[in-house]
Design a binder for this molecule. Structure first.
Ligand code: NAD
Length: 496
């Protein structure tokens, strides 16, 4: 079986050590093995990043950006290979993988603007013949720990920007779909990135803990589930590291009585079931204002769902693919069972779909559950599967209270024709990313991505302007060149 190793100091390596199966979720078969980095391997990656840092930090920013220009072209040139790698290990449909890659490329495009982004701030004559400026210096070796659900895009949220800011990088991708990151590392090398600036180690908790404990690593960007995000954030902080840890979600869409219901239903279908609901921005709860709206949505969803097609990634006529593992599929099925046991109506049950030729794959069909209430386990948890839950409320205030009471605050959306209601909603809702008739309000690369409440631990969001701040530290320099004219005597007080 093919073994997926690491990428350290410009080379792939497969040292002997512990391994884990990598599944093709469409067939349900383990088709590759991934190495789980030992302490020595993690150390090699950190040493390599540390050795590369001084020269890279002193490389002119325009040259650093030029590597990203080339990297962008290579990503486009090799898009089909990347899409196939994502499909084979993650299972998402090729057009969805293409979309993921495109969003990632947009982060590379943003990083190409590094000379502009790092210009700093300058003030002349802040005092007599005194100038002051702030510059944004790299931190050193920084690390990224990423989830399975976007094997290309989420790493691309992190390392292009970190690298153009002058840092060197150690990436620990998800061990469930590890090949994409290695492929990206090879393209970066081809783009002219010096060896050691970008390293990939595959592994699990052991490698992550080592990253968190190693004082040579100055900052950690994490994206994954909330319990792990919270753990990473506390441990990184306790060890004096800068950390941004993005966690899980439960994204609600409010549908107001005045909304264009047909449009809302179309938007909800894609946002709930696209990528099998394995997106942190997936809309997993519809909050219908009024029973009439709820009944209409359930009716229209039900008939639209009949034509949804679940299947393998390489058939572009499929709407979404399998779940990532058998365990995850069983967990999602468990939430459907528990919703029914707790009194909800399972209107469309996606369990046991028939997918011809892929009978052993980890497939689950689109599922619609009505009359869900806040006490239900399936409502409290992030299901992370193709399951859309419908809740019924009487007013927009009630809908907003529901959203604000949930532990997560990643994304949300309102469907309405009423500008005033939409404005009130976006102004007051306690959620970090808000859509108005836009179901997946993922910020573009020149804004920044992040939720509120237990969807993000840390102060700065990912990528965009916050990313530049995260990967740099401000240094403010105040300068005077004394000459006989302005030389002053001793002073023990602040000038007044
Ligand atoms: P996960 O938390 O299981 O894993 C994420 C990373 O953490 C992986 O690299 C994994 O190896 C590592 N990890 C897992 N357990 C660990 C432990 N005990 N100690 C240290 N490291 C550990 O997440 P996942 O299942 O890969 O991804 C799905 C989750 O990610 C969902 O909750 C989803 O909402 C979230 N997510 C959030 C965002 C966001 O931007 N907020 C984006 C994508 C995914």
């Amino acid at each position: 079986m093919k073994v997926v190793g690491h990428f350290i100091n410009g080379e792939t390596c497969t040292p002997k050590g512990r391994m884990q199966d990598v599944y093709n979720p469409a067939t349900g078969e383990a088709e590759k093995l991934v190495l789980l980095a030992s302490k020595a391997t993690v150390n090699d990656a950190i040493v390599s990043a540390q050795n590369a840092f001084v020269e890279w930090r002193n490389t002119p920013v325009s040259k650093r950006a030029r590597v990203m220009f080339k990297f962008k072209s290579l990503l486009e040139e090799h898009a089909d290979e990347i899409i196939a790698l994502i499909g084979a290990e993650h299972g998402k449909i090729s057009h969805d993988a293409a979309g993921e890659l495109q969003r990632g490329i947009e982060n590379v495009e943003f990083a190409c603007g590094a000379p502009q982004l790092l210009k700093g701030e300058h003030s002349k004559n802040v005092g007599p013949s005194i100038d002051s400026w702030s510059e944004f210096q790299p931190l050193g070796v920084v690390a990224g720990i990423t989830p399975f659900n976007f094997p290309a895009m989420v790493p691309l949220w992190m390392f292009p920007l970190a690298i153009v800011c002058g840092n060197t990088f150690v990436l620990k991708p998800s061990e469930r779909d590890p090949s994409c990151a290695i492929f990206l590392a090879k393209l970066l090398k081809e783009a002219g990135l010096p060896d050691g600036v970008f390293n990939v180690i595959n592994g699990n908790k052991e490698a992550v803990d080592q990253i968190l404990d190693d004082e040579r690593i100055k900052a950690v960007s994490f994206v994954g589930s909330t319990p792990i995000a919270e753990y990473i954030y506390s441990k990184a902080n306790a060890n004096g590291k800068r950390c941004q840890a993005l966690g899980g979600a439960k994204n609600h869409a409010i549908v107001m009585p005045d909304a264009d219901i047909d449009n809302a239903v179309n938007q909800l279908l894609g946002a709930a079931f696209g990528s099998s609901g394995e997106r942190c921005m997936a809309l997993s709860v519809v909050v219908a204002v009024g029973d009439k709206v709820a009944d209409e949505i359930v009716d229209k969803m039900q008939s639209a769902m009949e034509s949804l097609k679940v299947g393998a990634f390489d058939d572009a006529t499929n709407d979404f693919g399998p779940l990532i593992t058998l365990q995850h599929k069983e967990k999602v099925e468990g939430y459907i069972t528990s919703a029914a046991e707790q009194g909800a109506d399972v209107v469309v049950d996606g369990r046991n779909p028939s997918v011809k030729g892929y009978e052993t794959g980890f497939f689950l069909g689109a599922t619609l559950i009505d009359k869900v209430t806040p006490e239900m386990a399936s409502y409290k948890a992030e299901i992370f599967g193709p399951v859309l839950q419908v809740m019924r409320v009487k007013s927009m205030e009630q809908a907003m209270q529901l959203i604000d009471s949930h532990e997560y605050g990643n994304g949300t959306c309102i469907f309405t024709r009423d500008g005033e209601a939409a404005r009130y909603f976006s102004d007051n809702i306690q959620v970090g990313m808000v859509g108005i008739n836009v179901p997946l309000p993922v910020p573009v690369s020149y804004h920044s991505f992040g939720g509120w409440k237990r969807s993000l631990f840390g102060d700065l969001h990912a990528y965009g302007p916050d990313g530049v701040r995260f990967y740099t530290k401000r240094k403010t320099i105040t300068q005077r060149w004394p000459s006989s004219g302005i030389r002053e005597g001793v002073s023990f007080s602040f000038p007044s």
